[in-house]
Design a binder for this molecule. Structure first.
Ligand SMILES: [Zn+2]
Length: 728
C-alpha cells in the first residue's frame, strides 16, 4: 500500500551553521557548503549476507546547484549522508580538486523528513572539502560496514507495513531501501532529484536479487555478478533479495518475473494472471507500463512496498492466494505506483499526491472496472464517513501529505481517492484518463507535484481547475450538507429546497434524488453558499428527496448517520474493555488492538460481573466473548438496541441463529449516550473461531460474521437521509 519514496534531506541549513565550529575541532577548515545535485550514480557493491557486510563504491556525477554564490577560488564543502553503521574508507574526485581527505562529523545524525514517518536510523553527515567550487564533477566514494536490523522488531498487529526497516543484509533477506546504504549528497529541505543509476553486485549464494532497474548483463563480465540500469531517472536505488525461485513469462513488451519461496509455487499462475489483468486494465487508461521488466518479490517482513520495476509483497499477502490477487488495493495498487510515484516521482517540494492517485485508480476504480457499482458506492460512502469521524486537529489538507505536520494516511488514501473521483466527474471520466496518459507521456523520470496534476488535467479538459484544487487539495475539511426544507409547487411543477452547509462554504455540484409514486428522478444542482435556496423542475409529484444518495460528493455526515464500525469505537476519547470472567486470554490480542487507540488515562479495563454503570454509559466499549452473555452487559446491549443477541447456544443476527462452534461475529453499533462513539462486540462460539486480532481493525463494516475465521457475511447499518417534500 505504500510507495517507497526517497526524501534525501532535510534540515540542512540551520544544522550546518550550528556545527561548523565542530569541523574546526576535527582539524578541517571552515568552508561554505556548495549545493550539488546528483545526475548519475554508478554503484558497485559486494554483499555478504552471513556477516551482514557491504563493501561498496559509489561513483556519483554531481552538478552544482545554481542558488548559492561562492568565491571562485576558495575551498567549499560538499556534504554526504551515509547510514550510521557504514564508514567511508576513501574518496577521490574527478573534475574537482580534493583539498583534504574526508572529514567525518561524528554524532551528527540527521532528521530524515520521511514521507511516512521519522527515520528510525538517521544517517550520519560526512564532509568532502574541495579546493574550489566546480560546476560538474565526480566523487568516487568507497565505503563499508554491516547493515543489520531485527525484522520482527517493527511488526505491529493490524498494520501491513513494518516501517522500521530501511537497510538490512542478512540470511533472512536483503532489503536496502532508502536507508542511506550508499552515500547521498545532502539536499536542502523539500528538494529532490531524479538521476540515472547503474548497480552491480556480487551474487549471494542461494539468493536471487532484484533492483530498481532493468537487468543489464552488458555491465558485467562473467557469471558471478549481476547488474541493473535504471530505465528512467530515479530518486534512489533499491536492492532486495531472498532465497527465492524465479518464474518468468513474457507479456507483450513486458517481462514479468516472480521471485517466490519454493512453497509459494502454487501462487505463481495466479500472480501472473493478476499482473496481466492489471496491465490489460490500466495500460489503456494511463499509458504503457514505463519499463520492460516487472517483478513481484516475496518479502521477509510485512509490507507491500512498490519500487521502480518491482513490488515487494509480504509472504502473508502472497499466501492469501486468490484474494490478494483479485481484491482491490493490493497488487493493483502497488502496480499503479509503477507509474504514480516510482516513474512520475513525487516532488518533495509539495505534498505526496501518488497515494491518492493509486488509491483512486485501484482501491476505488478497480470496482468500477469490475462493473460493481454497489461496492464502488460503498467505497465512496466510507470515504465520507471516515472524514466525518476525524478529530478536528487531524483534518489537514490533502495537499500536505508527506510534509511536516501534514495530513495522515487516511486523508491521503481515502479523501484522496474521493477527490480524484470528484475531479473525474467534473472534467469527464474520459478526459481524466486522457490527462493520466498525458502525464505518463510527459512526466516519466521527473519530479511532479499537485500543480503538475492540475496543469495536465487543465490541458485535457480546457477548464480552469484552480478553484477545485484550492478547495479540495490546498484546503482542509469537507462540507456537512443538509436539506432544510423542500416544498413542491404544483403550479410551477418544481421543488424549492434550501441546502445548508455550516462553516466554510464549498462550491459543489450536488446530486438530488426525488422519489415519486412511480419511480425516481435524479437532478444535479450547483451551490456555493452556506445556505442556498434552489428551485428544481420535476416531472412527477415527488414525495421525498435525498441529498447525494450515492455519495458522489465527498462530505461529512452527522454523527448519527455514520456507519458504525470498529473505527467508531476506536475513535472515541474514553474507552472501556470488558473481558469475560476467567476467559479473557483468548481475546487479549483483540483487546490490545483497540486499547492502542487510547492513552493510559482514557482506558478502563473491566471483567464481566464487575462492571458499574459509568463504565459503559458514556464511554466507547469493547465487549469480548462470554462477557456479552453476562446479565448486566446483556441488558445494556438490549437497551442500546445492539443488532446482535447472545444466548447459551450462540448468537442471533437479523433473525438468523449462529450456533456452530466455528461461528463468530464482529459487530459495532453507535453508542446512544456518546455522539460519534461506538460499542463493539467480538464473540465466538469457540476459542478456535475467534477472528485474528490482526484482521479485526481492517473490516470497515458494522457486522461481520465469520465461519472458521473466514468472513462469510458483511453488513452495514446505514441510515439514509431522506427528506419529505411538502406540498404547497
Ligand atoms: Zn500506495
Amino acid at each position: 500500500m505504500l510507495v517507497g519514496i526517497f526524501r534525501p534531506q532535510s534540515k540542512f541549513s540551520l544544522l550546518c551553521l550550528a556545527v561548523l565550529p565542530l569541523a574546526v575541532g576535527t582539524g578541517c577548515a571552515v568552508a561554505p557548503r556548495m549545493g550539488v545535485t546528483p545526475q548519475r550514480y554508478r554503484l558497485d557493491v559486494d554483499l555478504n549476507a552471513k556477516t551482514h557486510t557491504i563493501i561498496g563504491r559509489a561513483t556519483i556525477d554531481l552538478v552544482r546547484t545554481a542558488d548559492d554564490p561562492l568565491p571562485p577560488n576558495a575551498p567549499v564543502a560538499v556534504d554526504l549522508l551515509l547510514h550510521p553503521d557504514l564508514k567511508i574508507t576513501g574518496v577521490r574526485a574527478a573534475g574537482a580538486k580534493l583539498r583534504s581527505s574526508l572529514s567525518v562529523r561524528p554524532n551528527q545524525r540527521e532528521t530524515n523528513q520521511g514521507s511516512v514517518k521519522k527515520d528510525a536510523n538517521p544517517p550520519r553527515r560526512h564532509q568532502v572539502l574541495l579546493s574550489a567550487p566546480a560546476d560538474a564533477f565526480t566523487l568516487i566514494v568507497d565505503y563499508k560496514g554491516k547493515l543489520f536490523q531485527d525484522a520482527s522488531a517493527g511488526e505491529v498487529a493490524g498494520q501491513i507495513h513494518n516501517l522500521e526497516m530501511n537497510a538490512h543484509l542478512g540470511v533472512d533477506g536483503v532489503y536496502l531501501a532508502g536507508g542511506y546504504w550508499y552515500p547521498e549528497p545532502a539536499l536542502p529541505m523539500n528538494t529532490g532529484f531524479a538521476a540515472d543509476f547503474t548497480l552491480t553486485s556480487n551474487r549471494i549464494p542461494g539468493f536471487r536479487l532484484v533492483a530498481s532497474g532493468e537487468t543489464a548483463p552488458d555491465l558485467v563480465t562473467g557469471d558471478d555478478r549481476v547488474a541493473w540500469r535504471s530505465p528512467f531517472p530515479l530518486q534512489g536505488m533499491v536492492l532486495v533479495g531472498g532465497a527465492h525461485e524465479v518464474h518468468e513469462e513474457q507479456y507483450g513488451d513486458t517481462t514479468i518475473r516472480l521471485h517466490l519461496k519454493p512453497e509459494q509455487v502454487k501462487h505463481a499462475e495466479g500472480l501472473f494472471a493478476a499482473t496481466r489483468r492489471n496491465l490489460d486494465h490500466y495500460e489503456p487508461l494511463i499509458g504503457d507500463y514505463p519499463a520492460s521488466e516487472y517483478t513481484i518479490v516475496d518479502n521477509f517482513f510485512s509490507s507491500g512496498f512498490a519500487f521502480p520495476t518491482f513490488t515487494l509483497l509480504s509472504s502473508a499477502v502472497i499466501n492469501m492466494g486468490e484474494r490478494s490477487q483479485t481484491a482491490h488495493g493490493y497488487l493493483d495498487h502497488e502496480m499503479l505506483h509503477s507509474w504514480w510515484g516510482n516513474s512520475i516521482h513525487v516532488d518533495p517540494g509539495d505534498g505526496n499526491w501518488c497515494e491518492a492517485l493509486a488509491s483512486y485508480g485501484a482501491n476505488y476504480y478497480g470496482h468500477v472496472l469490475d462493473g460493481n457499482e454497489d461496492e464502488a458506492r460503498r467505497k465512496r460512502r466510507n470515504f465520507s464517513h471516515f472524514l466525518s469521524r476525524i478529530k478536528p486537529e487531524d483534518d489537514q489538507p490533502l495537499g500536505t501529505y508527506g510534509q511536516d505536520g501534514g495530513c495522515g494516511r487516511k486523508i491521503a488514501y481515502d479523501k484522496g481517492a474521493a477527490v480524484f473521483h470528484m475531479l473525474a466527474t467534473k472534467i469527464g471520466q474520459d478526459s481524466f484518463w486522457a490527462a493520466m496518459r498525458r502525464l505518463t507521456t510527459e512526466r516519466v523520470g521527473t519530479l511532479s507535484s499537485w500543480e503538475t496534476i492540475r496543469e495536465t488535467c487543465e490541458k485535457e479538459s480546457g477548464e480552469d481547475l484552480s478553484p477545485f484544487f484550492e478547495q479540495w487539495i490546498r484546503g482542509a475539511g469537507a462540507p456537512l450538507l443538509s436539506i432544510e426544507k423542500a416544498t413542491y409547487s404544483s403550479a410551477n411543477q418544481s421543488v424549492t429546497l434550501t441546502i445548508v452547509q455550516p462553516g466554510t462554504a464549498f462550491a459543489l455540484d450536488i446530486p438530488l434524488r426525488f422519489r415519486h409514486v412511480s419511480g425516481s428522478e435524479d437532478v444535479t444542482v450547483s451551490i456555493d453558499q452556506g445556505s442556498q435556496e434552489v428551485t428544481v423542475p420535476v416531472h412527477g409529484i415527488p414525495q421525498s428527496v435525498e441529498l447525494d444518495p450515492d455519495y458522489h460528493v465527498f462530505r461529512k455526515v452527522p454523527n448519527e448517520k455514520i456507519i458504525p464500525t470498529t473505527a467508531t469505537t476506536r475513535s472515541g476519547t474514553v474507552f472501556t474493555s470488558v473481558v469475560p470472567d476467567g476467559g479473557g486470554d483468548a481475546y487479549e490480542g483483540i483487546r490490545k488492538v483497540f486499547a492502542r487507540s487510547f492513552e493510559d488515562g482514557e482506558r478502563m479495563e473491566r471483567v464481566a460481573g464487575e462492571v458499574e454503570g459509568e463504565a459503559l454509559s458514556e464511554r466507547c466499549a469493547l465487549i469480548l466473548g462470554d462477557a456479552a452473555r453476562d446479565p448486566y452487559i446483556s441488558a445494556f446491549l438490549s437497551a442500546v438496541e445492539f443488532p446482535v443477541s447472545f444466548d447459551a447456544n450462540g448468537f442471533t443476527f437479523d433473525g438468523e441463529d449462529f450456533m456452530d462452534p466455528g461461528d463468530a461475529i464482529l459487530a459495532t453499533a453507535a453508542h446512544p449516550g456518546l455522539p460519534g462513539g461506538g460499542i463493539t462486540v467480538v464473540f465466538a462460539n469457540s476459542v478456535e473461531a475467534i477472528p485474528s486480532a490482526f484482521a479485526v481493525p481492517m473490516y470497515d463494516r458494522s457486522v461481520v460474521i465469520f465461519k472458521n475465521k473466514r468472513a462469510v457475511l458483511r453488513e452495514d447499518l446505514e441510515h439514509r437521509g431522506v427528506v419529505i417534500v411538502e406540498g404547497s
